[in-house]
Design a protein around this ligand. Structure first.
Ligand code: DGL
Length: 285
């Protein structure tokens, strides 16, 4: 099942002499990272992207740190084989549970979403709510990151276990989703938050529902916007921003490619070519 290139010979075209042309690897458990990909298309239109969705093993948010570390290492090894110049963990759960560890293990820069999200949140508010997967909420990663930057704010984190399955099943407009969203937001509204962080990259897909339930003065922070801005800065610092036209985005998923093609069409507005990959098979020589 694993293949370096089923129908993407174009990705073999960059040479080590031109590192700026190499792709950026972006990964998530599923469609959440597409919120980051959309930002890349807006902010970094010349970059070539390899998007990984580990759809056979989602949701990540109910997994242990040991499992997340294993999955993340497998994906990053596979990306290394594809010759990425940088990777973005477009997944808060992976960023919370594995970023500090795997950063030491790979020879390309790896960016996570939590620090950029935390920095943006403290710019906006003082009573900050974070909605996240159970694993991210339990890790306390957002509270720690926010308080380290600005100790004088207050942070409340809420675990939202039902959101990712509902989003992956495309049940955004199902009345049940609104009901469950009300339940998750209730403790944050009681605390009169002024800012809400999407602590999971899937959640911006729910923005119409969440916006309808929040007072208009509550600011929404999407870490996707800020991790891509950080990526842009990092590319400039390293002198590897691509100035040539990008290659078409390559999509690799561990689950059903057809299902991902559908979601891609919905969230990106075009029909992506999706290949199936078994990341566990990736071995670096
Ligand atoms: N979108 C990911 C995150 O930001 C993973 C969600 C999941 O698979 O539970 O946490």
């Amino acid at each position: 099942m694993y293949s370096s290139s089923i129908f993407d010979p174009h990705f073999d075209n960059f040479s080590p002499q031109e590192p700026q042309r190499a792709p950026i690897g972006v990964f998530d458990s599923g469609v959440g990272g597409l919120t980051v990909l959309r930002q890349i298309y807006q902010q970094l239109p010349n970059e070539s992207i390899i998007y990984v969705g580990d759809t056979a093993r989602l949701p990540y948010g109910i997994r242990s740190q040991t499992e997340i570390l294993q999955f993340v290492r497998e994906i990053l090894r596979w990306m290394q084989q594809q010759g990425v110049k940088m990777a973005i963990m477009a997944c808060n759960t992976s960023s919370a549970l594995s970023l500090d560890i795997v950063r030491q293990e790979f020879n390309f820069p790896i960016l996570g979403v939590i620090l950029p999200g935390a920095k943006a949140a403290v710019q906006e508010g003082q009573r900050i709510g974070v909605i996240a997967t159970p694993a991210t909420a339990q890790s306390n990663a957002y509270r720690q990151a926010i308080l380290e930057i600005q100790p004088n704010v207050q942070v409340w984190q809420v675990s939202c276990p039902e959101f990712v399955p509902l989003i992956e099943q495309n049940r955004i407009h199902d009345p049940y989703t609104t009901e469950i969203a009300k339940t998750y937001l209730e403790p944050l509204l009681k605390q009169k938050i002024d800012t809400l962080v999407y602590g999971c990259t899937h959640y911006p897909h729910l923005s119409p529902v969440l916006r309808s339930l929040l007072p208009s003065q509550v600011k929404l922070i999407d870490p996707a916007v800020h991790v891509v801005a950080a990526c842009s800065q990092e590319l400039d610092i390293l002198g590897i921003k691509n100035t040539h036209p990008p290659m078409p985005t390559r999509f690799a998923v561990s689950g059903c490619p057809q299902q991902f093609t559908q979601s891609g069409l919905q969230w990106l507005g075009y029909t992506p070519m999706v290949e199936q990959v078994c990341f566990a098979d990736a071995v670096v020589s």
